[in-house]
Design a protein around this ligand. Structure first.
Ligand code: BES
Ligand code: ZN
Ligand code: ZN
Length: 493
């Protein structure tokens, strides 16, 4: 369901549905505008037990004199507790109530700030996204096809428009990330993903695509080893957004982009293997973030790097026991070909550090099943060699409710990835501490650069439904990292 959102001082007509926002203990200010008296509201809400709790709803037939057919009240909760996340969720809730309407008018409760209205609008965009392009017959019959016009009544229309322009860029980034994660691997291979990166040029980003020969020239034996079992060649996409000063060192984001992970020769069981179309969730978050930063012209220099490969078993695939030489010169014994993400990231991180000397590097990866055992689908694992960066990330996670939980690194864990035959091996030798040993492996490729690793295996896909997401692909990381950049790394006017 696509919404075309605008802000208005006063709605000319209500269309099919008027959405009135209500806070606990207050008569909604919007009621007056739609000709519904306080007494009628009192009666209706008491009868239905509507108390304006956050995201609760009350669906009413509009009075005869109203030009709307439906009036839907959405609770905002207590005014004191009304933070940006509550606005976002309320917007998401509104998106699910559009039904067959062609036009919606939203009446906020009292004097909502422009930024709050923009967050509500972002919630509508996110909640409205669904992956239905392959459904040729059974589109949801209760929904309108095509765009639904949404008018949000705002005190200061110009300020609301300006605030929304920024949040719309975020919405586009999240939707892009979700769409890529949802797309099956027959449609989205490494080349098609690289094309998506190149498309960011339209927003003023510079994009380079390195092919297999160029990566071989650079000595990226770890990444190339993963790719060699697939008939579809790998690419490394390097996206630059230069919104900062000429001599400002960039910040960097690196994403695991395994378009499909069969496990390779260490093949995965059949059950749920189809989920591995989402094993590029890290790269999807990075491209989504780069889209957002470019679209909202963020005042910062940023590099986004995507390691795009497919992990397949074939006659040319790498074997357990193979030893590969990474770009760093360090050698790796491949114990399990299903621990491929860290091999891809090893070369992508080293390349990033050597070429850009970034202020920090943050990698995102659907890296381990073990992080799902530890944290489920509610938080991503955070690993870092830098307490300051780690705190900034965790705090941005709280604010956006894309939550993180820091897990430890340490010499004891580092030893677990030592190999008998090479400098290191690509597993920790047992299932214990599986997410930590994966992070420990990555750490060997970041040198002294401030670095954080987000293991998003549990949060990027297979996500539960909520107000702002109809499910499966979440686009996790885009809102979080946009917030990190906005709060700490952008030049102020
Ligand atoms: N892509 C998987 C991790 C994963 C599993 C993501 C389930 C999302 C859902 C990764 O490449 C992998 O297979 N990791 C192995 C590592 C092991 C072989 C050391 C794992 O977690 O089992
Ligand atoms: Zn794997
Ligand atoms: Zn994988």
């Amino acid at each position: 369901m696509k919404f075309s959102i605008s802000f208005v001082e006063k709605a000319e007509s209500n269309g099919n549905t008027a959405i009135v926002l209500a806070s606990v203990g207050h008569v909604p200010a919007g009621l007056q505008a739609i000709g519904m008296g306080e007494a009628l509201y009192g009666k209706a809400s008491a009868t239905a037990g509507f108390k304006a709790k956050l995201c609760s709803t009350l669906d009413l037939l509009a009075p005869a004199e109203s030009d709307a057919a439906r009036i839907v009240l959405i609770g905002l909760g207590e005014r004191d507790a009304l933070n940006s996340n509550a606005w976002l969720r309320a917007g998401g809730k509104a998106s699910s109530l559009a039904g067959k309407a062609k036009k919606l008018v939203v009446y906020p409760d009292g004097s909502a700030a422009p930024s709050e209205l923009a967050e509500f609008a972002l919630g509508m965009i996110l909640g409205g996204y669904s992956f239905d392009r392959f459904k040729t017959t059974s589109r949801d019959e209760d929904e309108t096809e095509g765009e639904i016009a949404v008018e949000i009544v705002a005190g200061d229309v110009a300020a609301a428009n300006a605030a929304f322009a920024e949040r719309q860029a975020v919405g586009e980034g999240v939707v892009l990330a979700r769409e890529l994660v949802n797309l099956p691997a027959n449609i989205l291979g490494p080349r098609e993903f690289a094309d998506k990166a190149e498309a960011l040029a339209a927003f003023g980003a510079k994009v380079e695509i390195l092919d297999r020969a160029q990566m071989a020239e650079l000595g990226m034996g770890a990444l190339l080893g993963v790719a060699q079992g697939s008939v579809r060649p790998p690419y490394l996409a390097v996206i630059h957004w230069n919104g900062g000063g000429n001599d400002e060192r960039p910040i960097a984001f690196v994403g695991k982009g395994v378009v499909f992970d069969t496990g390779g020769i260490s093949i995965k069981p059949a059950a749920s293997m189809e989920d591995m179309k989402g094993d590029m969730g890290g790269a999807a978050a990075v491209i989504g973030l780069m889209h957002t930063l470019a679209a909202r012209k963020a005042k910062v220099n940023v590099v986004g790097i995507l390691g795009l490969v497919e992990n397949m078993p074939d006659g040319n695939a790498q074997r357990p026991g193979d030893i590969v030489t990474s770009m760093s010169g360090q050698t790796i014994e491949v114990i399990n070909t299903d621990a491929e993400g860290r091999l891809v990231l090893a070369d992508a991180l080293w390349y990033c550090k050597e070429r850009f000397k970034p202020r920090f590097m943050i990698d995102l990866a659907t890296l381990t099943g073990a992080v799902m055992v530890a944290l489920g689908s509610h938080r991503a694992g955070l690993f870092s060699n830098d307490d300051g960066l780690s705190k900034e990330l965790a705090d941005a996670g709280e604010r956006t409710q894309e939550n993180l939980w820091r897990l430890p690194l340490g010499d004891e864990y580092d030893k677990m990835v030592d190999s008998r035959f090479a400098d290191m091996r690509n597993t920790g030798g047992s299932r214990y501490a599986g997410s930590i040993t994966a992070a420990q492996f990555l750490r060997r490729f970041v040198g002294d650069t401030p670095w954080a690793h987000l293991d998003i295996a549990g949060t990027a896909m297979g996500s539960p439904k909520n107000e702002i997401n109809r499910g499966w692909a979440s686009g996790f990381g885009v809102r979080l990292l946009d917030e990190l950049v906005r709060a700490h790394y952008e030049a102020r006017d």
